[in-house]
Design a protein around this ligand. Sequence first.
Ligand code: SF4
Length: 101
Amino acid sequence: MTSRDVVVLARTASARLRDAACKEKGTVWNAAEAEMEAATTNTELLTAAEPLLEVCWSECPVRNACLEWARIDQYTGVAGGHVLNKGKPRNVMNSRAAMAS
Ligand code: SF4
């Protein structure tokens, strides 16, 4: 994929994020992601991530576009209903469904 393709994909994905359920939750999101970064166990990581995952899975109409954007942007944190590291799902139980099982 060329860098121009990446830019076009990123713009398209980000344009679809106007309805993001988290758009008014920046402070909460940043605080939780800071807790995740400081976590020393998967349990601590998931405890910090769970409220964010709940928002993604229960409220957000653009979850798939968000995950696509996060993959392109190599995002680290919670996006698209997953815990990501540089755009890839982390090797933890990283979805609300997995957490419930
Ligand atoms: S899926 Fe989650 S991180 Fe992505 S826009 Fe929706 S609420 Fe925000």
